[in-house]
Design a protein around this ligand. Structure first.
Ligand code: FES
Length: 106
């Protein structure tokens, strides 16, 4: 099983602003929503746009390249031109530190 990696202190996370974490080459965008923390892959499934630099509206992030929307909570692609979801990673908080883990190869 892969290790948990520190993404930052809780206080470092603003609502609607991504913190980018890299785990062995995988870029992961970690977000704070009203109900807690969520992490999705930082690669748009349409054509590789970096979602962490996209605008956030509510629980959705908008790809900065062509405007596809993804659910931060589920990774689901909500609008064209993206149709495939982005991967969603497990997140936890330990001693005020937000941690993320790449569980794709467990
Ligand atoms: S690369 Fe994200 S919508 Fe095209």
């Amino acid at each position: 099983m892969s290790d948990w990696v520190n993404a930052g202190r809780i206080m470092d996370f603003g609502i609607g602003k991504a913190v980018l974490v890299e785990i062995e080459g995988a870029k992961i965008a970690v977000y704070r929503l009203e109900d807690g923390f969520h992490a999705i892959e930082d690669i748009c499934t349409h054509d590789g746009g970096e979602l962490a630099s996209g605008c956030v509206e509510g629980e959705e992030v908008i790809c900065p390249r062509h405007g596809a929307r993804f659910s931060i909570r589920t990774g689901e692609a909500l609008t064209a031109p993206a149709y495939e979801p982005v991967y969603r990673f497990p997140v936890r908080v330990e001693n005020e530190i937000v941690q993320v883990r790449d569980d794709r190869w467990d």
